[in-house]
Write a protein that binds this ligand. Structure first.
Ligand SMILES: CC(C)(COP(=O)(O)OP(=O)(O)OC[C@H]1O[C@@H](n2cnc3c(N)ncnc32)[C@H](O)[C@@H]1OP(=O)(O)O)[C@@H](O)C(=O)NCCC(=O)NCCS
Length: 343
């Protein structure tokens, strides 16, 4: 018989508040066209993207996170001291160690909250949400702050016409806390590491440090390019369209609801064509509000779902208490989907 005493947290968890931060600088397609042979029309029709935000020097990963988190904490009606854990999902924080989450937890004024980073690409929000729910039900934290934050402009090769127009910067955050009823449905998640080459960093840091010019990509002026995110656009597109609609359906099934019961659909904001295709495959009824924030925010990876959620609530397109399907997918390849009640 085990001698270990278990701890019991809340019966269930729910998202209590959401906040977002978009950098001040809005970058239209015209700016992207300065470096690649393309057109505003092509970018809009193939991706749906019209503008994105790029961070300035002051809009660091920590600064954007603190802004978004501050709003989420206020929205949840709690104080920073009540937060027991801070989970930061990002692929664009440039210090290998320590995690940026500890600095954020400190600057927000938490009481020495547990804090760590996770790397799950564009599924990062769903991964963080799943961890948060587990912590709350297990009792290791009463309130958990989940932040998705990216400065993808630092990892974008502006001369690569396949990716230059896709990415943006920003932070989105939610506070997850205790609930008497299930307001975050079962997560359907997974990884397909056999497809890890389809989205990746052009050059690993150690190879970049060695600076062997014969092996490294060069820019138009012959300088070694800083590592950037590269992808096999068509392969990722097909995977997202065919496989992720199935995962989204599984999340609906696991939550015991049908598309008819949904109010809102918030998929990862990668491409309007992927979103529209999922809407069709899932046969979402007309009444379901669909997030298409990618148009003006670009693809902000881990930040995209909370940013889209915040905007739908701020504009009144969605309301507190609505039932929403969220699904993130990307580099790994990884994915995570669940049905949640909006804060
Ligand atoms: C990137 C993406 C928008 C490109 O759209 P696409 O329709 O797949 O485009 P393709 O790569 O098949 O290229 C089609 C044609 O446009 C051309 N093209 C590529 N980039 C272009 C650009 N920026 N401007 C103009 N033409 C371009 C190609 O050369 C190709 O020309 P060809 O037919 O003469 O060979 C799309 O693949 C995509 O969104 N993929 C998924 C991205 C994603 O979700 N990534 C992150 C997941 S987290």
């Amino acid at each position: 018989m085990s001698k270990i005493k278990a701890r019991k947290g809340a019966p269930y968890a729910r998202i209590l508040g959401v906040g977002g931060y978009r950098p001040v600088r809005v970058v239209p397609n015209d700016v992207i066209l300065e470096k690649i042979d393309s057109s505003d029309e092509w970018i809009r029709s193939r991706s749906g993207i019209e503008t994105r935000h790029w961070a300035n020097d002051e809009e660091t990963v920590a600064a954007m996170s603190i802004e978004a988190a501050g709003k989420a904490i206020a929205d949840a009606g709690i104080t920073a001291e009540q937060i027991g854990a801070v989970v930061v999902s990002t692929v664009s924080h440039f210090s290998q160690t320590p995690a940026i989450a500890t600095e954020i937890a400190d600057k927000l004024g938490t009481n020495k909250a547990a804090a760590f980073d996770i790397s799950a690409g564009c599924a990062g929000f769903g991964y963080g949400l799943t961890l948060a729910k587990g912590m709350i039900v297990e009792g290791s934290a009463e309130y958990v702050l989940v932040i998705g934050v990216e400065r993808l402009s630092d990892l974008t090769d502006l001369e690569d016409r396949a990716t230059a127009f896709l990415f943006g910067d920003g932070a989105g955050a939610v506070v997850v806390g205790p609930s008497e009823e299930p307001h975050i449905g079962p997560t359907v998640w997974g990884s397909e590491g056999d497809k890890s080459e389809t989205i990746k960093q052009t050059v690993p840091w150690n190879e970049f440090r060695l600076g062997d010019v014969s092996n490294l990509p060069l820019d138009s002026e012959g300088n070694v390019k800083f590592p950037a995110i590269t992808q096999e656009g068509q392969a990722v597109f097909r995977w997202a369209v065919f496989e992720m609609a199935k995962v989204a359906q599984q999340a609906l099934d696991a939550a015991g609801i049908t598309a008819n019961d949904l109010d809102v659909f918030i998929p990862h904001q990668a491409n309007v064509r992927i979103i529209d295709s999922m809407v069709k495959t899932l046969k979402l009824p007309e009444h379901v509000t669909v997030a298409r924030d990618v148009r003006t925010t670009g693809n902000t990876s881990a930040a995209s779902i909370p940013l889209a959620m915040e905007r739908l609530l701020a504009t009144g397109e969605a309301k507190s208490g609505d039932t929403a399907l969220v699904i993130g997918f990307g580099a790994g390849l990884v994915y995570a989907a669940s049905v949640v009640t909006l804060p």
